[in-house]
Each structure stands twice: as structure tokens, then as C-alpha cells.
Design a protein around this ligand. Structure first.
Ligand code: TRP
Length: 363
């Protein structure tokens, strides 16, 4: 192992994290943490970014900072291996964004597909906050301040990484090799790229009420699974069923492992066999849902229990976050020193510059 990677990723604290976050990113982060093939790994709570479209609801962001921290710990992120911090506590990120703003045009931001869709989704057409409009720039600062090489995120973040890469190239071109170009690390299982909501809608989202949360109690998970959207044409058990758009099967793609079949559904060797039977007809939705519930409960129960455990000592969670912020800040401060030096705005520690200017005035 070369241990050259610097892994960094984050989440907006706008709610508790759900199983879409889990399969899309969290599960992968814990695996990366355990592989240990990195020099540094950072996971942060992007509270300042959450404020870009929640300025009037700071209490919502404030509350969700601790919810997300609990979700991280519950999933198995280990503060002794990963630096967990809060974005707003790193003022160097503002400074870096300030310089990055000069490297990006308004039209480039307008073309950013993520910004574009989010503007539409939030009805921001004519009244978009400047902070929201420019958040790809601050996200580039988040990434580069820590010299991240590897950014594990969902597919929706691709345009953000492209924008960050452009900024890095432009900075390095103007000021000399200073910043590191990041690469995106996408989940490999396609079902995990964009887990649909329980209603079959495109994406899990709190406002649609179609999420299964990591902190949901067991009976709530069960209820949500039992009322999931399947195949509207699969009316009688003997009817052939369809898999496209059938989110019970999409969830099984994302969650089920061969050993689950041996444990809960020994009549089928694997998911392919279950799918084949469903498509042939003769397999009822209820049976598949019960299986999905077993699979989900097995995965979610230890997470839920650990979350409860950590929530018994909230001050300790804040202490952990504080330590993470201090560590992260030291790293960002070092990068900003290098940035100021590259830009030659480190006036007071550039002896040469002072001497040069003195000489110019002496002539
Ligand atoms: N935009 C990400 C999200 O919506 C959060 C985020 C902010 C992020 N800065 C980042 C992710 C830097 C990766 C790297 O969840």
C-alpha cells in the first residue's frame, strides 16, 4: 500500500441520514476506513453549505449537525482513524473560497448541472442566494484545503468535482503547482448510485416522505418496507412480475448478500433465482418484502443500537467533533500558507519582496 491517498467527503446536515446515504456513500466510507489505504481520511459536516439554502432556519442546521455526527458514529466511522469535523469551524475555507471566486465565471456556475437542477427544485429561479449560487466554489475549497485526492460521493456530485478540478488547474496554471487535483470515487453497485424512495420516486428525499432512516425503529422500517412500491401490474401472485422500477428489487440489489438467502430464504440460492421466479410469476410481493425486511433489519440493527449508545453521551460527541475541528484546521492553515505564498500575498514573511520594494524606492 502506497498510502498516498487523502480521502475527504461530507454531508449537508439538513436531516438524519437515510439508507440512500448509507449505500451511496456511508457504507463505502467505513470500508475505506477499514482498508486503511490512505494517508489521511476526513469526513465533515457541511453546515455552512446547508445554510446556503436554509439561512432562515439555522436551528434546523444546528440540530442536524449532531444528528449527522451520531449517524456517522453509528455506521462505524471511527474518530481514531478518520478526522470528523464541522465545516463552519474552519475559517480557512472562506479565505480559500474568496480567492477561488476570481477563477470562476458566472456563466460557468450557471452551467453547473447540480446548481441548475437544485435551483429548479427549490424554486430559486429569480431569487437565488449568492451563497447558494457559488457553493460549487466553496465545495472546491473544502476539497482542496485538505489536499484531497479521493472524494467518495454520489453520482449527483460529479459536476462539483469537475468544477473543483477546473479550479485547481486554473490556480496551478496561474500560480504554479500548489493544489492537488481530486478524483471522484463512485459506488460500484449501480443500485447504490441513486437509491429510489420507497414510493418508487427517483430519489429518497425528506420532503417526499419516502425515506428509511438509519435511526428508524425496527417496526417503522418494517412498515415502510411493507408499503413499498412494487409492480402495479403484478396483481395476482401467479401474474408475471416486472423488475424495472420495482424498488423492492432495487433495494435487494443494494443490500442483499448470498448468505441472506441461506438464512432467510433457503429455497432460493441467490437474488438471480428470486428475480427469475418473480418474472415467471407465482411469487407474491409479500414474500419478497418480508425477505427485504429481514435483510434490512440485519444491516440496520447494529447501526441503530450504536446510535442509541452514542446518544447517551452527547457532550462526548461534541468533544470528539471539537478535536476533529482542531486537527482539520491545522491542515487547512498549512494549505492556506502555501496558497498565499504561491499567490505572493504573504507580504510579511516574504523577506525578498520587502527587500525588492525597498530597493525600488531607493533607486
Ligand atoms: N455537496 C455535498 C452534499 O450535498 C456535501 C459537501 C460539501 C461535500 N462539500 C463537500 C462532499 C466536499 C464532498 C466534498 O452532500
Amino acid at each position: 500500500m502506497s498510502k498516498e491517498k487523502v480521502i475527504l467527503t461530507g454531508d449537508r446536515p439538513t436531516g438524519r441520514l437515510h439508507i440512500g446515504h448509507y449505500v451511496g456513500s456511508l457504507r463505502n466510507r467505513v470500508a475505506l476506513q477499514e482498508e486503511g489505504d490512505y494517508k489521511q481520511m476526513y469526513v465533515f459536516i457541511a453546515d455552512a453549505q446547508a445554510l446556503t439554502d436554509n439561512m432562515e432556519h439555522p436551528e434546523k442546521v444546528r440540530q442536524n449537525v449532531i444528528e449527522v455526527a451520531l449517524d456517522y458514529l453509528a455506521c462505524g466511522l471511527d474518530p481514531s482513524k478518520v478526522t470528523i469535523f464541522i465545516q463552519s469551524q474552519i475559517p480557512e475555507l472562506c479565505e480559500l473560497s474568496f480567492y477561488f471566486m476570481d477563477l470562476v465565471t458566472v456563466s460557468r456556475l450557471q452551467r453547473n448541472p447540480t446548481v441548475k437542477t437544485e435551483i429548479q427544485m427549490r424554486g430559486f429561479e429569480s431569487s437565488i442566494p449568492v451563497g447558494f449560487f457559488t457553493y460549487p466554489i466553496s465545495q472546491a475549497a473544502d476539497i482542496t484545503a485538505f489536499r484531497a485526492t479521493t472524494v467518495p460521493v454520489g453520482e449527483d456530485q460529479k459536476p462539483m468535482l469537475e468544477q473543483a478540478t477546473e479550479i485547481v488547474r486554473r490556480f496551478n496554471h496561474i500560480y504554479g503547482e500548489t493544489l492537488v487535483e481530486p478524483s471522484i470515487l463512485l459506488p460500484t453497485n449501480v443500485a447504490c448510485l441513486r437509491l429510489p424512495g420507497t414510493d418508487g420516486k427517483a430519489k429518497m428525499s425528506k420532503s417526499l416522505g419516502n425515506c428509511i432512516y438509519l435511526s428508524d425503529p425496527a417496526d417503522e422500517v418494517r412498515q415502510k418496507v411493507m408499503s413499498m412500491y412494487t409492480d402495479p401490474e403484478h396483481i395476482h401472485v401467479q401474474d408475471p412480475g416486472h423488475l424495472e422500477g420495482n424498488c423492492v428489487f432495487t433495494y435487494l440489489d443494494a443490500f442483499s448478500k448470498p448468505e441472506h438467502f441461506a438464512r432467510y430464504l433457503p429455497d432460493y440460492p441467490d437474488l438471480e433465482a428470486l428475480k427469475a421466479h418473480y418474472q415467471r410469476g407465482g411469487l407474491g410481493d409479500m414474500k419478497v418484502k418480508r425477505f427485504l425486511n429481514d435483510v434490512l433489519q440485519e444491516e440496520l440493527e447494529p447501526i441503530r443500537n450504536r446510535r442509541k449508545e452514542y446518544s447517551r453521551d452527547i457532550p462526548a460527541v461534541y468533544d470528539m467533533l471539537r478535536a476533529g475541528c482542531e486537527k482539520a484546521r491545522a491542515v487547512a492553515a498549512q494549505t492556506l500558507d502555501d496558497v498565499r505564498k504561491a499567490m505572493r500575498i504573504n507580504y510579511f514573511d516574504d523577506r525578498e519582496l520587502i527587500a525588492e520594494q525597498a530597493k525600488r524606492f531607493a533607486e
